[in-house]
Design a protein around this ligand. Structure first.
Ligand code: MG
Length: 402
C-alpha cells in the first residue's frame, strides 16, 4: 500500500519541494501548480536533464537553494552563474533536510537513485517516472517498507495511479478485489491494423487526449505504456499483476477504477489534465482549494465510452503483462528494449510495428534472474536496450526494416 503520512502537515505549513526533471512536461506543469497556490510551496531544488535555457528562467523565478543540470557546456555556464555552492547532484537534493516532497519527473532510469535516496531519508516521493518502478520495482518497494516508519512514502503522479490512490483513501488494503486502469487507446486506436506498419513518428506523436513528452506518447500509441502502468500499480498498491486489468476508455475522463470485495466500484473522474494529480501528490493528505484543471462538465460531455482492449492492434500491452508474470528482470529487460525501440522509431530507423516486434523478440531471448538485486535489474535493462540496438543494426527485426 501507499503509506499515509506519519505526521500530517498543517494547512498553513509551507510544502518544500525538490523538483527533479523541471523542464519536461510534468516538471513545467508542477511549476504551474506552484504558481497557482502562492505561499503554499517553496521550490528548494530544481534539476533538469535538458533545456538549460528554460532551467535558467525557472531558477530566476523560484530562487531555489540547489540547482543541477546534465553535464555539458550549457550546464557549466549555468553552474558558474548560480554558484558552485548551489550546484548539487540529484541524490543529494533528494536527501536535503529542508525538503519534504521529492517530485521525481526525470525521464528514464536516472530517477531510480534519487528515489531510493529520498525514501532512505524518510521523505515523501511524488513519482511521475515510469522506469523507476518498471525497472526498480522490487528494490523501491523494499526501501519504502524499510523506511515507512520514518516517513518514507510513495505518492503516484500518473493520472491512473493517482485515481486509484484517491479511490483508496480511507479504504483497507484487504478490501480491494481488483484495479482497472483506463487507456485512451492512443493515436492509432481507429487505424486499420494493416496501416500501422506505415505510420510516421509525427502521426504517433499526436495523442488524442493528453499532452505529454515524446517517449510516453509513443508508448501510449503502442499501449506498452499501459503495461508499464499495470506493473507500477502492482508495486504501488502491492497487488498481484493478475488482479490489475486494462479497459479502453476513449475520453480519458474516468482516470481509473477500483473494485472492492463487496462488488462496489469507485472511480475518479476529471478533465485530462496532469496538474490535478500533481497537486494531489504535492498537498496530500489535503485537497488544496485550487482547481488546476478545467472543471469537468459531464452534461456537456454527454456520454463516456468503454470497450475491451484490442490485443491484435496493441500486442505490446500483452507482452508487458507476460514479462511481469515471468519475472522482474524480464520487465526491466522489456523496459530497456522499449526505450531503444522507441528511439529507433522516432529516428526513422524502424517502423512503428517493429516496436512490439522488438519487445516480443527480447522477451523470447531473455532468461529471467530469480530474486534479482538492483544490479541484476539494471543489467537486464541494459541487456534489453543492447538487444534491440543490435537487432536494428543487424536489420533482423522484421527482415524488412527501412
Ligand atoms: Mg498514464
Amino acid at each position: 500500500m501507499v503509506r499515509p503520512l506519519g505526521h500530517l502537515p498543517r494547512a498553513d505549513s509551507v510544502i518544500r519541494i525538490a523538483l527533479l526533471g523541471s523542464t519536461g512536461s510534468i516538471g513545467q506543469q508542477t511549476l504551474d501548480v506552484v504558481r497557482a497556490l502562492p505561499g503554499r510551496f517553496r521550490v528548494v531544488a530544481l534539476a533538469a536533464g535538458s533545456r538549460t535555457g528554460l532551467l535558467r528562467e525557472q531558477v530566476a523565478e523560484f530562487q531555489p537553494e540547489a540547482v543541477w543540470a546534465r553535464p555539458g557546456y550549457e550546464a557549466d555556464v549555468l553552474a558558474r552563474e548560480v554558484g558552485r555552492d548551489r550546484w548539487q547532484p540529484l541524490e543529494e537534493m533528494a536527501r536535503r533536510p529542508d525538503v519534504g516532497v521529492v517530485l521525481v519527473a526525470t525521464s528514464g532510469i536516472a530517477g531510480l537513485a534519487p528515489t531510493l535516496a529520498a525514501l532512505e531519508a524518510g521523505k515523501a516521493v511524488a513519482l511521475a517516472n515510469k522506469e523507476v518502478l518498471a525497472v526498480g520495482g522490487p528494490v523501491v518497494r523494499a526501501a519504502l517498507e524499510a523506511h515507512a516508519s520514518r516517513g518514507a512514502e510513495l505518492r503516484p503522479v500518473d493520472s491512473e495511479h493517482s485515481a486509484i490512490w484517491q479511490c483508496l483513501w480511507g479504504e483497507r488494503p484487504e478490501a480491494i478485489a481488483k484495479l482497472t486502469l483506463t487507456a485512451s487507446g492512443g493515436a492509432f486506436r481507429d487505424y486499420d491494423v494493416e496501416a500501422l506498419a506505415r505510420v510516421t513518428a509525427e502521426q504517433a506523436l499526436a495523442h488524442p487526449t493528453w499532452r505529454m513528452g515524446p517517449k510516453v506518447t509513443i508508448d501510449s500509441a503502442t499501449l506498452f505504456n499501459k503495461g508499464l502502468e499495470a506493473i507500477e500499480a502492482r508495486w504501488l498498491f502491492d497487488l498481484p499483476i493478475d488482479r490489475i486489468e486494462v479497459l479502453q476508455h476513449r475520453e480519458s475522463v474516468v482516470h481509473s477504477l477500483v473494485t472492492f470485495v463487496d462488488g462496489s466500484v469507485k472511480a475518479q473522474l476529471g478533465e485530462p489534465d496532469m496538474r490535478l494529480p500533481i497537486q494531489c501528490a504535492l498537498t496530500y493528505p489535503e485537497r488544496a482549494a485550487s482547481e488546476p484543471a478545467p472543471p469537468l462538465d459531464l452534461a456537456r460531455r454527454g456520454s463516456l465510452t468503454f470497450s475491451a482492449v484490442d490485443h491484435e492492434r496493441f500486442p505490446a500491452l500483452g507482452l508487458a503483462l507476460e514479462a511481469a508474470r515471468r519475472g522482474d528482470t524480464a520487465v526491466a529487460a522489456l523496459s530497456g528494449a522499449d526505450d531503444a525501440a522507441v528511439e529507433h522509431f522516432l529516428a526513422g530507423r524502424c517502423r512503428f510495428t517493429d516496436i512490439a516486434r522488438a519487445l516480443a523478440l527480447a522477451l523470447e531471448a531473455h532468461r529471467p534472474t530469480p530474486a534479482p538485486t538492483l544490479e541484476d535489474l539494471l543489467a537486464a535493462e541494459r541487456w534489453g536496450r543492447a538487444f534491440v540496438d543490435d537487432a536494428v543494426l543487424a536489420r533482423t527485426l522484421a527482415g524488412e526494416v527501412r
